[in-house]
Design a protein around this ligand. Sequence first.
Ligand SMILES: O=P(O)(O)OC[C@H]1O[C@@H](O)[C@H](O)[C@@H](O)[C@@H]1O
Length: 374
Amino acid sequence: MRHSAAVWDYRAAIEHTKDWSGMDQVVLRNPQGASARVSLHGGQVFSWRNEQGEELLFTSSKGIFKPPKQVRGGIPICFPQFGNCGSLEQHGFARSKVWTVDDNPPPLHPNDSHGKSFIDLLLKPSEEDLKCWPYSFELRLRVSLAANGDLALTSRVRNIDGKPFSFSFTYHTYLSVSDISEVRVEGLETLDYLDNLRQRQRFTEQGDALTFESEGEDGGTGVEDAEEGTGKFAEGRSEMERGMTGVVAVDSVDGCNNGFIDLFLYCGFIWQVDRVYLSCPNAIAILDHGRKRTYVIRKDGLPDVAVWNPWEKKSKAMVDFGDEEYKKMLCVDGAVVEKPVTLKPGEEWTGHLVLSAVPSSFCSEYFDLERRGL
Ligand SMILES: O=P(O)(O)OC[C@H]1O[C@@H](O)[C@H](O)[C@@H](O)[C@@H]1O
């Protein structure tokens, strides 16, 4: 139901509730009927709905709601490590810890709360955490829902230890899409990226936008032709899905490849995507042609953007993810990965992300303005 924004009591509209497992969660609502849900388990936003009640974040139907395991979907927070490039568990421990509500957070910029429904959460290390990462810190997260339905996340990490520490940080954002083959990501073209499928080697994005193809679509692609014509496709494809694309790249540079293999290489690159784009612009657009919806991600303090879709084979290997669900999601994360943040004692870092979902017809102008910082 819609209410007048002028008389809307944002504080009263915050509901403290529990999920079915008894875990505390907080629901934010705006006067137009949009909502966001955040769990104290992991500080994870796991629902963001627009004023029509449509869910904008993906959550797997196979998700396991069983702490410390976090549900697959929503926006898990990866801290203090991204991926497995460190001594900690994959993506760090913050997403599997129980956070508290922070009733008295240090002030943020006034615009961060004005006309918004918001909640502040706090994570401090337990004795157990200090054994594997021996630094005292405070990680604060403000989740806010604006009158226009925008979802904002502001994280602040403060070093309250006597020695410096470094960390990576990612808002691992699972966007809900109509069909991955209908999606296009703009804002990453010509940028360098680290490819997690190829030992984090550095490449440069060549396309004018990032797109994702369907496997074996009707109409006969070169890939299918190659499979029938040479019998090598299936073997090569599994190599691709394991990220061993270098084998084919060598073939193409020494000149013994044929047209089939060329196309095969190209399609291999776009099946499974697991990349970290570096030094990205502060606005990225994800266009979903199927739903005629565009997500705009604006960020500050988060120079990198991680993009992940597990595609078919990895989907089947994940116990908490449906075999076909890769078609319905795309992770596009505001991140600090390549150059971790270092904080001296007493210093603080802030990483700010705003997600908007707008009809694609309104988007070009909106996105252009955002890109120009207007
Ligand atoms: O299964 P997890 O730990 O939630 O990670 C999911 C994916 O997260 C992505 O960010 C990583 O780049 C992938 O390599 C990883 O598979």
